[in-house]
Design a protein around this ligand. Sequence first.
Ligand SMILES: Nc1ncnc2c1ncn2[C@@H]1O[C@H](COP(=O)(O)OP(=O)(O)OP(=O)(O)O)[C@@H](O)[C@H]1O
Ligand SMILES: O=C(O)C1=C[C@@H](O)[C@@H](O)[C@H](O)C1
Ligand SMILES: [Mg+2]
Length: 173
Amino acid sequence: MASENPPDPPGVVLIGMPGSGKSTVGKLLSEQTGLPFLDTDALIESGESKRLAEIIAEHTAEGFRTIESSYVQSIQSAGSVISTGGSVCYSPQAMQHLSTLGTIVWLDVSPDVLEQRFSDAFERGVLIEPGTSLSDLYHSRFPLYEKYAQLKIDASLLTPPEIVSQIRQQLAL
Ligand SMILES: Nc1ncnc2c1ncn2[C@@H]1O[C@H](COP(=O)(O)OP(=O)(O)OP(=O)(O)O)[C@@H](O)[C@H]1O
Ligand SMILES: O=C(O)C1=C[C@@H](O)[C@@H](O)[C@H](O)C1
Ligand SMILES: [Mg+2]
């Protein structure tokens, strides 16, 4: 787990698997704390004027990672709540930049629960190899999320308000 001191001003950066609740929890945390909200997936879609699935289809998974990394590195909003895309963990440069914008909080949700939340991973444009399960993806990304997270929330059995409450308590927000 990363151990850098939280940045000032106290932003929050949410990372984790697709479907782990980063966007849902991020919006709620922003509403409760008054910190501005930014979703990097929305930033990319708006910048490219295309849906994520279209961008991935056009540029391949590797191309999407490069695009995502570039958008994330352009963010200047320290002191915000930033919900990231699940694949941002593949870019060390993006993760380094995010660590200057806020405390990196990992919403860890088990593959079983993720499966129940959505079954259309391919349609959503998740960077997952055909024939690979969400569970495989979870286990392959686990070490990356663990490496960059400064705070891990075991979020499988919690509601969004409960997750927000834990984050606020842990970060004194
Ligand atoms: N704690 C939770 N309990 C139950 N359902 C949840 C929880 N958090 C999110 N959800 C639901 O799971 C789905 C995915 O949530 P959300 O879009 O916030 O995930 P995400 O991490 O932002 O995914 P992505 O990486 O694809 O952007 C939504 O339908 C949302 O309502
Ligand atoms: O986890 C992933 O591979 C992704 C998650 C989404 O949030 C998007 O960032 C994109 O569709 C890739
Ligand atoms: Mg999201």
